[in-house]
Design a binder for this molecule. Structure first.
Ligand code: ADP
Ligand code: MG
Length: 258
């Protein structure tokens, strides 16, 4: 898709799977022979139909699952954070106390943890909600809190499993923009699972299209952003529509009727 200034596709790979297969205890061969590289300070999107092994690949990359075959390359423990589709906030703790929890678990002092939690919440636009309870927040705000909790330990790599899939479209668009801003500000490496072609094309520097049963890499499409393609204007641009069409074609090759 062409070279662009600021191209992230030439950055070093920090995470990868090489010839990785994973079978679950129930006997299901979830993924087979997966080769994949994720570039530093870039967004890699794993895209594919339901059940094709996206979550399995994410957990393998994050070191949450061990492969049966092959090698996993990556920075684990301490340098990474995980964000799931459910915000999984503790309802009895205030927002600030939810966000500082990972620091408390690491033994960071309460004052320092509270300051870091406030800064993380401010970076997702919720600096004024530290004393709210999760039930007082919208779905989009709860996801922001979940994101702040992931960022509070200042990870290098963030793994995200369909984090915005349950949100309304406007909230999802805003969170997409916030994620790209946070990636730039914090120089994050992001691995992002989605089943939305449109979300993948908007976010990704690299899209990995997977096929199912067992999960395999069907196509790798590098989609670096041109510096002009920032913000909301990109969503309505011809370049965006063309990329969505190209990626949709690749998705059609792997889709099955369910
Ligand atoms: P995706 O995230 O793309 O929907 P998953 O990685 O969750 O796919 O699942 C891939 C395959 O592995 C599916 O067939 C699923 O049913 C199976 N699977 C996932 N988790 C488990 C598990 N804990 N035990 C047994 N089978 C599983
Ligand atoms: Mg999944």
């Amino acid at each position: 898709m062409g070279e662009a200034p600021g191209d992230t596709t030439t950055a070093a790979a920090v995470l990868g799977l090489h010839g990785v297969s994973k079978r679950y205890a129930a006997g299901v061969l979830a993924v087979r022979g997966v080769d994949l590289e994720c570039r530093e300070e870039a967004v890699t999107c794993l895209l594919g139909p339901s059940g094709c092994g996206k979550s399995t690949v994410l957990k393998l990359l994050a070191g949450l699952l061990d492969p049966d075959e092959g090698d996993v390359v990556g920075p684990f423990a301490g340098d990474t954070a995980f964000v799931f589709q459910e915000p999984t906030l503790m309802p009895w703790r205030r927002v600030g106390a939810n966000v500082r929890l990972p620091l408390e678990l690491r033994g960071v002092g309460r004052r320092e943890a509270a300051d870091a939690a406030h800064a993380a919440l401010a970076s997702v636009g919720l600096g004024d909600r530290t004393r709210s309870y999760p039930r007082e927040l919208s779905g989009g705000m709860k996801m922001r809190v979940s994101l702040a909790r992931a960022l509070v330990t200042e990870p290098r790599v963030v793994f995200m499993d369909e984090p915005f899939a349950a949100l309304d479209e406007q909230s999802r668009f805003r969170l997409n923009d916030d994620l790209l801003r946070l990636r730039d500000e914090r120089r994050l490496t992001v691995v992002f699972v989605t089943h939305s072609v449109y979300e993948a094309v908007y976010l990704a520097d690299r899209i990995v299209v997977m096929s199912a049963a067992p999960g395999r890499v069907h196509a790798v499409i590098d989609t670096p952003r041109h510096p002009d393609q920032t913000g909301r204007a990109f969503r309505t641009s011809v370049a965006y529509a063309e990329r969505c069409a190209e990626v949709s074609e690749r998705m059609l090759e792997v889709s099955t009727d369910e």
